[in-house]
Design a protein around this ligand. Structure first.
Ligand code: PLP
Length: 359
């Protein structure tokens, strides 16, 4: 007889690995294309020598380094096995009853519905307006059962961002007992100068706001799994309680510290990515696609019912992108030659005739 498995897990789609396309360019996962810096590789190699020892469960050295960088205390920082683990831990520290609500915009980060379901809580979603967060609608959807609100800024997969003033107005409307998680996985790609939304600043005097950032994107360590949360000591302490022990490896901690030390060099790279992103958006707009302004390292193309056909045609042309059936595709800004391959496909007259006009 098969073991009894929670029946509600049937509502979570089983993981289906993407079709492999040997030799294809992958612009599907918002990764950086350049490998670790020599300093990070050296730290990784040194940490491997101690692989027989457990890592520091508190990530003390990394938290101290992050605290100094951000101008907060180590007690304001929790480290997780990728910031997606911290997303899950936030549900665990706020929701205890199946009627407890986790609120977020949709479409947004694909992990939110999954971790909400796994956490045995109720998901409440509010549609984006023209691919942008509708913070008034989000505030209006808060009930006395809302425990946690995710605001993904810039938003994955649409790339759009909301500014500081708008976020402050939203946070002012949220009751103090509701935890707001500002998911800033793409923070390093934001260039909103006048109205720059820095979650860490917004959270400084708001104990119900926690900020999530990661080493997976601009810092280029997606394969090592390390992210962090910045918030009030009470929230951080609770996160440490539900943390899977030793889930942030010694190698990940060492690489993160080395990458933080080398951040000027890493953050310089974001300028190149942003230039590519803008070049791609200009070309796509010129071809007739609908592409919202992006503040991240990827672009969203609205394609509606043609989404899957477009993604398959792109794969056949040698570029894997990320489709969201019925809505649109997300395309990462990669190396110039990779982006060119995608642009050649997207702006080919045949592709344009099939997908761009009237999208
Ligand atoms: C990539 C991403 C993350 C986190 O990724 P990790 O690799 O788990 O740190 C979190 N939120 C969003 C919106 C992302 O796109």
């Amino acid at each position: 007889m098969t073991a009894h498995i929670r029946p509600d897990l049937d509502f979570i789609p089983a993981y289906v690995p993407g079709r492999s396309h040997p030799g294809a360019v992958k612009l599907a996962s918002n990764e950086t294309t350049i490998g670790p810096l020599p300093a990070a590789s050296k730290a990784i190699a040194e940490a491997v020598e101690l692989a027989n020892r457990y890592p520091d469960n508190q990530s003390g050295e990394l938290r101290a380094a992050l605290a100094e960088f951000l101008g907060v205390e180590p007690a304001n920082i929790a480290v997780g096995c990728g910031s997606v683990a911290l997303c899950q831990e936030l549900v665990q520290i706020t929701c205890a009853d199946p009627a407890d609500e986790v609120l977020y915009a949709w479409r947004s980060f694909e992990a939110y519905p999954i971790i909400t379901q796994v956490g045995n809580a109720t998901a409440v979603t509010v549609p984006l307006t023209d691919e942008v967060h509708d913070l008034d609608a989000l505030a209006a959807a808060i009930t006395d059962r809302t425990r946690l609100v995710f605001v993904c800024n810039p938003n994955n997969p649409t790339g759009t961002a909301v500014g500081r003033a708008e976020l402050e107005r939203f946070l002012d409307r949220v009751p103090g007992g509701v935890l707001v998680a500002l998911d800033e996985a793409y923070y390093e790609y934001l260039r909103m100068t006048g109205d720059h939304p820095d979650g860490v600043e917004l959270a400084r005097n708001r104990p119900n706001v926690v900020v999530l950032r990661t080493f997976s994107k601009a810092y280029g360590l997606a394969g090592l799994r390390v992210g962090y949360a910045v918030g009030a000591p009470e929230v951080i302490e609770a996160l440490l309680k539900v943390h899977i022990p030793f889930s942030v490896s010694r190698v990940a901690q060492a690489a993160a510290i080395a990458s933080l030390e080398a951040r000027p060099e890493l953050l310089d790279r974001t300028e190149t990515v942003i230039a590519e992103r803008e070049r791609m958006r200009t070309a796509l707009l010129a071809a007739g696609y609908r592409v919202p302004v992006s503040e991240s390292n990827f672009l969203w193309i609205t394609l509606g019912a043609a989404t899957i056909d477009f993604a398959e045609a792109s794969a056949a042309a040698g570029v894997i992108i990320r489709p969201f059936a019925g809505e649109g595709v997300r395309v990462t800004a990669g190396d110039p030659h990779e982006n060119d391959l995608f642009l050649n496909f997207a702006s080919d007259p045949e592709t344009v005739a099939r997908f761009a006009r009237g999208a």
